[in-house]
Design a protein around this ligand. Structure first.
Ligand code: NAD
Ligand code: DAU
Length: 352
């Protein structure tokens, strides 16, 4: 079959990437979707079992920092577009091991930019779309929102590496005319999220009656977005976003961490048939994350206004769906938390 477009999605076996790959393979049967992923601890082909073998889907195991491999990949597939999600994504890991974040998030992005630049002699209809985070903007006080004009002020090695990659993507637009687009999104949640992140970590610990480690005073605020709403926004920006532009994506759904954990505890008590309050009693305030950003909040009016995007559900509903998914997929959870996860957990939280 002759495809209308061939699109490279990097990091498609990760949390957000797997939702995006599934969405694009299902909703664009006339596109060839090539998922390139290194399959680090965060990448898992089990996340994509339902679309394995589809005629418009190809998985390639590879590393975005490997220049020769990326050049070969671009030569072999002649991509029309790139949607770049591959990254080291966990802030706590960036604090203990910054170098892997520099390598993947900065060097890896430049390797891809170079491959696109080299292979796209004619850039008509091409698009290099870089997926980024609201963390590049730094930390807010009690009021205000991040807009696309907010000055960058990253505070963690993770956010500094993402900020750096954003700047490089924009530099390739201004310097070489590479047709780029960017988006900066708030905290995603939903099925297939690796249980190092707040929500699945809490769900997993509640299941096992383990302490629920809330950093610092628990009054840090995040804006939560259902992962499928992020995937839909990415699909929309890829097709309709203006070249050279940045779009902020957020759920308008702010929660203080402690309130979110309380809500999850109550949902889990209900789903597990436990007495009300049992899971809340597991909460344990622990040492704070160094350089912990106090509050993130996104002004998503540009993507609403220009592209008509809206989040489909709010966190109260999304948290319930997420908790139900993890309880229905305990085998997935058991597999990803065996082995190396135990060492990570011990190192991060000081217990097995
Ligand atoms: P994730 O950690 O779940 O997945 C990252 C994926 O990238 C994994 O499949 C991993 O195997 C792959 N990968 C890592 N290094 C690679 C390399 N060198 N070569 C090829 N593949 C590699 O991350 P996520 O939460 O799905 O985030 C995806 C992207 O979205 C990241 O760029 C992240 O910065 C951004 N983002 C995430 C959130 C969030 O809340 N999770 C919010 C905004 C933006
Ligand atoms: O804002 C977008 C970002 O959201 C993405 O760019 C990152 O890739 C993603 O990991 C996420 O970063 P956060 O640091 O906000 O997410 P995390 O789930 O690690 O933490 C959410 C909040 O919960 C944060 O304030 C720290 C706190 N926390 C986290 C963990 C893992 C705890 O209190 N206890 C914990 O054990």
């Amino acid at each position: 079959m002759a495809f209308q477009q061939t699109i490279l999605i990097t990091g498609g076996a990760g949390f957000i990437g797997s939702h995006l790959v599934r969405l694009m393979v299902n909703s664009h049967p006339d596109y060839h979707i090539v998922n390139l992923d290194k399959l680090t601890y965060a990448g898992n082909l089990e996340n994509l079992k339902d679309i394995e073998g589809r005629p418009n889907y190809t998985f390639v195991k590879g590393d975005i920092t490997n220049e020769a491999q990326m050049q070969q990949l671009f030569a072999a597939f002649q991509f029309d577009g790139v949607i770049h999600l591959a990254a080291e994504s966990h802030v706590d890991r960036s604090i203990s091991n910054p170098m892997s974040f520099i390598e993947t998030n900065i060097v890896g992005t430049v390797v891809l930019l170079n491959a696109a630049r080299y292979h796209w002699k004619d850039t008509t209809g091409k698009r290099f779309y870089h997926i980024s985070t609201d963390e590049v903007y730094g930390s807010l006080g009690d009021t205000g929102f991040f807009t696309e004009e907010t000055a960058y002020d990253p505070r963690s090695p993770y956010s500094a590496s993402k900020a750096s990659s954003d700047h490089l993507v924009r530099a390739y637009y201004h310097t070489y005319g590479l047709p780029v687009a960017l988006s900066n999104c708030s905290n995603n949640y939903g099925p297939y999220q690796f249980p190092e992140k707040l929500i699945p970590l809490m769900i997993n610990n509640i299941r096992h009656n383990k302490p629920l480690p809330v950093y610092g005073d628990g009054l840090y605020t995040r804006d939560w977005l259902w992962v499928e709403d992020h995937a839909a926004a990415i699909d929309l920006i890829y097709h309709k976003g203006r070249v050279g532009e940045t779009y902020n994506i957020g759920g308008n759904n702010e929660w203080k961490n402690i309130d979110l954990v309380h809500q999850l505890c109550d949902i889990m008590d209900g789903l597990l048939g436990r007495q009300a309050g049992v899971s809340r009693s597991l909460i344990s305030f622990v040492k704070d994350r160094p350089g912990h950003d106090r509050r993130y909040a996104i002004d998503a009016s540009k993507i609403r206004r220009e592209l008509g995007w809206e989040p489909s559900i709010r966190a109260a509903e999304g948290l319930r769906r997420t908790a139900e998914w993890y309880l229905e997929n305990t085998e997935w959870l058991e597999r990803v938390t065996s082995g190396a996860y135990q060492q990570y957990y011990e190192h991060q939280y000081g217990e097995g």
